[in-house]
Design a protein around this ligand. Structure first.
Ligand SMILES: Cc1cc2nc3c(=O)[nH]c(=O)nc-3n(C[C@H](O)[C@H](O)[C@H](O)COP(=O)(O)O)c2cc1C
Length: 185
């Protein structure tokens, strides 16, 4: 698959085969995560690779949308170390960790794995849950979780290109495009 095909065919996969992931597969997706762009090249990320079945089983007790995570072969907790943030109080680590998360999703799909981005930050209960589960220091914020495994389902592409969301030079009025545009004169 070329890069465009990987981007356009990626879907969230929530059903996994029971097989464990080879270490090489985990390393590849982490390499992709760490290749992401970041503000001023600050690279504020740390990654906690969770493969312990008992730990995976605890995640749904504090994350309401993670029912399928105990069946994943692994989950990667994408975290930010606030001491590595170069521009406080600007929170660019959110964008940095988003880019890393998306790179992990794309690398997983490109290498034949199924994956889902599970939101953690800014949900307090989820942040506290991962802090306790993974013994994170106070300066480290869990940002997202990516569940991973060999896919047990296939999903079709879901084409989403919507020309009404595209504006050329100036904002196109909402009545012409169906978007929630502002007032125009
Ligand atoms: C910030 C963010 C948080 C998400 N949180 C969850 C989650 O907690 N649980 C889940 O099952 N999916 C979660 N998703 C996945 C979305 O539901 C999914 O990407 C969306 O429905 C589009 O489907 P697709 O990924 O197959 O294209 C999240 C996605 C993003 C970007």
């Amino acid at each position: 698959m070329d890069a465009m095909e990987v981007i356009l065919s990626r879907r969230s996969i929530r059903r996994y085969m029971p097989d464990p992931l080879p270490e090489e597969a985990i390393r590849r997706v982490l390499e992709a995560g760490m290749a992401a762009p970041s503000a001023g090249d600050e690279r504020p990320w740390h990654f906690v690779v969770i493969t312990d079945k008992e730990m995976l089983a605890q995640i749904p007790t504090f994350h309401s949308l993670s029912r399928f995570v105990p069946n994943a072969a692994a989950a990667i907790l994408v975290c930010a170390d606030l001491f590595l943030s170069k521009y406080p109080p600007a929170d660019y680590w959110v964008q940095d960790c988003s880019a890393a998360t998306q790179n992990i999703l794309l690398a997983a799909h490109a290498t034949g794995l199924g994956a889902v981005w599970l939101g953690v930050h800014p949900e307090k209960k989820r942040i506290e849950g991962f802090r306790r589960l993974c013994l994170l220091p106070d300066s480290v914020v869990p940002f997202s979780l990516v569940s991973l495994g060999f896919p047990a389902v296939r999903k079709e592409k879901d084409p989403r290109f919507d020309p009404s969301r595209v504006h050329r030079d100036r904002w196109t009025p909402a009545e012409d495009t169906g978007t929630r545009g502002g007032e125009t004169t």
